[in-house]
Write a protein that binds this ligand. Structure first.
Ligand code: ADP
Length: 334
């Protein structure tokens, strides 16, 4: 488990329920999404109607599940939570859909990972609030139409582009969630610290925010590790010094890079003079699988402008040299 990984681990799941904002007013940042969603929900409420289907796209940990729960709360509706990978057969989806109450919110995480037949069933359900349940096999199979109560589908995906256009087009409202600014993360941290009864000053919160990779889930996780350190090594109060010392122990640096990220950058700079170098060669140099380097370390390094993927291989940017405090040994490719 990575401390700076963006997918929820067991501990996150246990704590997150307590840290989730309950309404749009409490939800920090994402101003545009909040403003638009507020209008969509108010209008639906005023019409006494079920809200339009909502598609939320964005990286893990940015608040998609939280927003879906807020949508349900704002509509005074119950919520059912499931995910694309959990729906393997169209029958699984039919069972869920047919048990929904009127106005219920169905949150479908990783909607892009649903099976094809389930996806096709969803088209009709979203548009006509109806599904055809197929009974029997082969030439004798018959489709039995089943009416559904109106419901609101909230789909979540890492990138809207992963969805087939016919599915994407059936959402009345699509919102893209951006990574959070440090100031916003600082507010998330203060809010969580209050709920967890952790004393933290603004500089301490800023120190954690800067290392949280733009992601509230990571901010909340780092806060918990810093709290542990503050309790054991100090008086429990989180200051800038305490936060920095704690995250040094956990090897999360000022920009939120962890040991793996730094190992990749260091190999690129020290062994290959900043590149270009092929992915496989780089992976061997750090003793990791190619996929680990490509999928776990690189996306954040690229996002941070520390590494570039070029046709000739991986190349370090000038910022990478600065970040690791090294001087290029020869003129750089980038
Ligand atoms: P996702 O579904 O996108 O993976 P979650 O909704 O599970 O993300 O959010 C992860 C954690 O981050 C939750 O504990 C949640 O409380 C917190 N969080 C996310 N977005 C916000 C926000 N805008 N304000 C405050 N806390 C947030």
């Amino acid at each position: 488990e990575r401390l700076v990984g963006s997918v929820a681990d067991g501990e996150d799941q246990a704590v997150e329920a307590a840290l989730r904002p309950k309404d749009l007013g409490e939800f920090i940042g994402q101003e545009k999404v909040r403003e638009q969603l507020d209008l969509v929900l108010r209008a639906a409420r005023a019409r006494g109607a079920t809200a339009d289907h909502v598609l939320l796209s964005g990286a893990p940990g940015l608040g998609k599940t939280t927003l879906s729960m807020i949508i349900a709360a704002e509509m005074g509706a119950p919520i059912r939570i499931t995910s694309g990978p959990a729906i393997q057969h169209a029958g699984d989806l039919a069972a869920i859909l047919s048990s929904l109450q009127e106005g219920e919110v169905l949150f479908l995480d990783e909607i892009h990972r649903m099976s094809r037949p389930a996806e096709e069933m969803l088209y009709m359900a979203m548009e006509d609030f109806r599904v055809d349940v197929i009974v029997g096999k082969g030439p004798g199979a018959t489709a039995i139409p089943l009416e559904l109560p109106p419901f609101t589908l909230v789909g979540a995906t890492t990138r809207a582009g992963l969805l087939p256009p016919p599915l994407r087009d059936r959402f009345g409202f699509t919102a893209h969630m951006e990574f959070y600014e440090p100031g916003e993360l600082q507010r998330v941290i203060h809010r969580s610290a209050d709920l967890l009864d952790v004393a933290i000053d603004p500089a301490g919160a800023a120190e954690i925010a800067g290392r949280s990779r733009g992601t509230p889930r990571i901010a909340n996780r780092l806060l918990r590790r810093v709290r542990d350190y503050a309790q054991v090594k100090a008086d429990g109060n989180v200051t800038r010094e305490i936060a920095a010392a704690a995250l040094k122990v956990y090897e999360v640096d000022e920009r939120g890079l962890d040991r793996l990220d730094r190992a990749v950058l260091e190999a690129l700079l020290k062994l290959f003079a900043g590149g270009p170098v092929g992915l496989s060669t780089l992976a061997v140099a750090v003793g990791e699988e190619r996929e680990t380097v490509e999928e776990v370390a690189e996306p954040f390094l690229v996002r941070e402008g520390l590494l570039a993927r070029t046709p000739r291989g991986r190349v370090a940017t000038p910022a990478a040299w600065t970040h690791l405090g090294l001087t290029p040994s020869r003129p750089q490719a980038l």
